[in-house]
Write a protein that binds this ligand. Structure first.
Ligand code: FE2
Length: 279
């Protein structure tokens, strides 16, 4: 699917682009059913809590070694003080990550095609490589906040190239924790860098430019099937979900093969499972 001139202009100017109806109802349904099956098969004795507000959770080995696997992560608020799940397992998972797009046939089908390749090249990726997939549940009542960040923090390349493909699998609005972005904010510097080395994972401050305020933030309320494409330096966040509705989304992160992928990035994909393009 070629982006038209107006879409390219908007992406360049705003740092993001909303494409309603990019995925069909059937494609969305197939992905949701497969995610449900993965969670159903998941044995929760391998517990890890993913929280973008708590950097120490990211140093968890379960997370750091998940770049070439398919793993389930719990919501931070999934457990009560006694350590029991507050709601069913199916309503307690924060996300599935991070290589379903290469390891699971249903996810692979959703994640690799000529239309996505064309969008990626229109967005400036001459030779896209898809490094990461995440199925994000944003569960009813306990769906966690993801604070302001830039995705280039987690996927640094020289020059910056990471581009996010965010697919709504359910309607997303302010009540169930939709995305918020700062239009034009992709022209701001990279503020933080998540680095992994022999000491583990940690966040480093790169630039003290403040995060956007609510006044300059824009909610991205979308229907299921919508693609939200955004630049790796675009500041974005999503609030907690206190509503009774879930807010499922699926994301892919791609970088340009022509850019240098830094060795300190947490997700390394060499060896038996090198990153592939969209086609
Ligand atoms: Fe993000």
């Amino acid at each position: 699917m070629e982006l038209n001139g107006e879409q390219r202009r908007r992406f360049g100017e705003d740092g993001f682009l909303v494409v309603p109806g990019f995925k069909s109802r059937d494609e969305v349904k197939a992905l949701r059913l497969r995610a449900e099956a993965i969670v159903d098969e998941f044995d929760p004795h391998t517990i890890s809590i993913f929280s973008a507000r708590d950097e120490s959770a990211k140093s968890d080995d379960y997370f750091l070694t998940s770049g070439d696997k398919v793993r389930c992560f719990f919501e931070e608020e999934a457990f009560d003080d006694a350590g029991a799940l507050r709601q069913s397992k199916a309503l307690s998972i924060n996300k599935i990550g991070h290589a379903m797009h290469d390891l699971d046939p249903v996810f692979e089908h959703f994640s690799h095609d000529k239309r996505l390749h064309d969008v990626a090249t229109a967005a400036g990726l001459a030779a896209p490589l898809v490094y990461q997939s995440m199925y994000i549940f944003k569960q009813p009542r306990i769906g966690g906040e993801v604070r302001w960040h830039q995705d280039a923090t987690y996927f640094e390349t020289e020059p910056v190239s990471v581009t996010t493909f965010w697919f709504a699998l359910e309607p997303a609005d302010i009540s169930n924790g939709c995305l918020w972005v700062e239009p034009g904010g992709h022209r701001s510097p990279l503020r933080e860098r998540f680095i992994v080395d022999e000491r583990g994972g940690r966040m480093e401050l790169r630039d003290d430019t403040p995060w956007p305020t609510q006044a300059s933030a824009q909610p991205v309320e979308v229907d299921e099937g919508t693609l939200v494409l955004f630049h790796g330096l675009l500041p974005h966040y999503s609030g907690p979900n206190r509503s009774e509705k879930s807010r499922h989304a699926y994301t892919l992160h791609a970088v340009d093969a022509g850019a240098r992928y830094l060795p300190g990035n947490w997700l390394q994909r060499g060896g038996a499972l090198p990153p592939r393009g969209f086609i």
